[in-house]
Design a protein around this ligand. Structure first.
Ligand code: HEC
Ligand code: HEC
Length: 310
């Protein structure tokens, strides 16, 4: 979407701002003119403005030098030309219709065209093949540093903060099993899952503890078998999103709860918190922003990060 000044100033402010600009320019021209036309009459002496200091330092009101005044006229001419050509006078767009948004777009298109020629050949190749190509890896790494490292870290190892940015270099995947197409989909469409708070549904904190133990049991982690059995009985509340067997649902970014990869926490308390308060995570979609070719190279790069790892 393009926003111009016109979106911010309505009718009144347009006239108000435009009028101030025009009046200011006319005022300056008038003032300069009054200074240009003042000449010393024949025989007239420049007036002494102040008493003399330091024996010979005097301030006289001689007319201003011409070259200096003409410099000002030039600047005024420049500002008028600018206001005619470019946006600046209220919401008048200028006859060149220049906008910073368009300038940015053109610059981006020019650079995209230049780089896409380099990126495009990889798009038709299988992600597994691209992942082993040294040149593609190099490009992928540069893209990753610019677009992904803020969240996933420069080395792709993620970071623990208010939420977990998953480690992309291990063999654990929240979404899919590391198959190239799912990785690419995670990047292209993002993973913006939302889980509502389930505290009331599972029967308060005690119920959440039972559910948490059942979730731990799904991943084969240490758990209390009695609590887990009680939790299992209530699994219907979760099955709609995480699936009958807890394997998750990629379409709504509901993670697989049976593996050892955790978005937030794999501890009893962490899981209870997820259940009671809900979770709303976010990997933002990249396809519209980066385009298919870059997403392809990034997916291949992410794939290459975990290759050869257990
Ligand atoms: C704003 C932070 C942020 C940015 C920027 C970001 N990610 Fe993510 N990414 C996440 C989060 C958070 C997740 C976990 C998903 C969730 O919360 O549901 C994730 C998940 C992923 C996954 C899925 C991992 C798995 O285990 O299945 C991949 C792949 C991924 N990101 C790659 C990328 C790439 C490549 C980029 C750069 C184009 C990128 N991400 C940019 C935050 C981010
Ligand atoms: C409406 C769909 C939905 C329902 C119902 C639901 N979840 Fe979730 N759950 C999600 C989504 C989506 C996420 C991922 C949130 C994110 O990306 O931040 C999630 C995340 C989680 C997590 C965090 C996983 C991790 O890796 O840290 C746990 C644990 C969890 N859910 C357990 C449950 C349990 C137990 C129930 C039943 C009481 C349940 N969920 C019900 C959709 C749902």
């Amino acid at each position: 979407m393009n926003y111009g000044m016109a979106d911010f100033i309505g009718g009144f402010w347009h006239y108000y701002i435009a009028a101030i600009t025009v009046v200011a320019i006319i005022g300056i021209i008038w003032f300069l003119k009054s200074q240009t036309t003042r000449k010393l009459g024949t025989g007239e002496e420049a007036e002494l403005m102040e008493p003399t200091w330091d024996a010979d330092l005097k301030e006289l009101n001689n007319p201003l030098p011409r070259w200096w005044l003409y410099l000002f006229y030039f600047l005024i001419f420049f500002s008028i030309a600018y206001l005619v050509l470019y946006p600046g006078l209220g919401k008048f767009a200028g006859i060149w219709n220049w906008t910073s948004a368009d300038a940015y777009k053109q610059e981006k298109e020019r650079i995209d065209a230049q780089f896409n020629a380099q990126f495009q050949p990889f798009l038709s190749k299988d992600l597994r093949v691209v992942a082993t190509d040294p040149q593609a890896r190099e490009i992928g790494q540069r893209l990753f540093l610019s677009y992904c490292s803020t969240c996933h870290g420069t080395d792709g190892k993620g970071a623990k903060g208010s939420r977990l940015f998953p480690d992309l270099t291990d063999k654990e995947w929240l979404f899919g099993n590391g198959d190239p197409e799912t990785i690419k989909a995670s990047i292209a469409y993002g993973r913006l899952g939302e889980m509502p708070p389930m505290k009331d549904v599972v029967g308060g904190e005690a119920g959440a503890k039972e559910m948490a133990n059942y979730v731990l049991s799904l991943s084969g982690l240490p758990h209390d078998a009695n609590l887990a059995a009680a939790g299992k009985g209530k699994w219907a509340a979760c099955a709609g999103c995480h699936g009958e067997n807890g394997k998750g649902n990629l379409a709504i970014s509901a993670p697989d709860l049976t593996d050892k990869a955790w978005l937030y926490s794999g501890t009893e308390t962490g899981i209870m918190e997820a259940i009671m308060k809900g979770r709303k995570g976010g990997m933002p979609a990249q396809l519209d922003y980066l385009g298919d070719a870059k997403v392809h190279l990034l997916a291949a790069y992410v794939l290459s990060l975990s290759q050869g790892k257990q």
